[in-house]
Design a protein around this ligand. Structure first.
Ligand code: SAM
Length: 175
């Protein structure tokens, strides 16, 4: 099981980024994202996506990231994504062996404590970029593309990959 927690968010400014972090978590095989409730619309957006595209990805609002991290530490390894961490190239093999992971992504400067609470501080390269890209890449490295074979049960729409144009199954019929 892979879950994600987003620490902090700049009010309003980060809504779209947070939504995209949640969309990547869902599309790349995670079951849940924990985040502080800055904008309830993010949960509605993901519910609509589940409704159309299937699956039961969960957005859970939390008051305090630290209590989630401490609680998850009992049965998961905590992976903090940070440009200061050890290279993904060094730890990806080890991460693949772990049963449960909680991946922590930041928004602005993250609290110092997370570096100590984490079992792994992982850099997707050591240049600053984005929590969306960092999350997508670590999820792909851990699952090696297998995440795209996952099914999303209950979908109203399902894409049939095609070289040209769009082929979408809509509840048994084709669009
Ligand atoms: N300046 C912030 C700091 O010092 O922590 C980083 C802000 S960055 C826009 C937001 C988040 O993106 C970080 O907390 C981290 O989770 C992720 N991130 C950005 N670049 C990364 C990298 N090279 N490797 C891993 N994660 C990265």
């Amino acid at each position: 099981v892979i879950e994600v927690v987003r620490i902090g968010q700049r009010l309003v400014r980060d809504d779209r980024v947070t939504t995209h972090v949640a969309l990547v978590a869902r599309a790349f095989g995670c079951s849940k994202i924990f985040m502080t409730e800055v904008n309830p619309e993010i949960k509605d957006t993901l519910e609509k996506i589940n409704n159309t595209w299937g699956g039961d990805f969960v957005v859970e609002f939390i008051d305090n990231w630290k209590s989630i991290v401490k609680m998850k530490k009992k049965d998961s390894k905590i992976v903090h994504l940070t440009m200061y961490g050890e290279s993904i190239n060094e730890v990806d093999m080890q991460l693949r062996k772990e049963e449960n992971l909680l991946i922590v992504v930041g928004a602005e400067k993250v609290p110092r404590e997370i570096y100590e609470l984490a079992d792994y501080n992982v850099g997707i390269g050591n240049q600053p970029h984005s929590e969306i890209s960092a999350l997508a890449i670590i999820l792909d490295r851990i699952q090696k593309g297998e995440q795209f074979k996952n099914s999303f049960p209950g979908a109203k729409r399902k894409i049939i990959p095609t070289r040209n144009g769009k082929n979408v199954l809509v509840r048994g019929t084709r669009d």
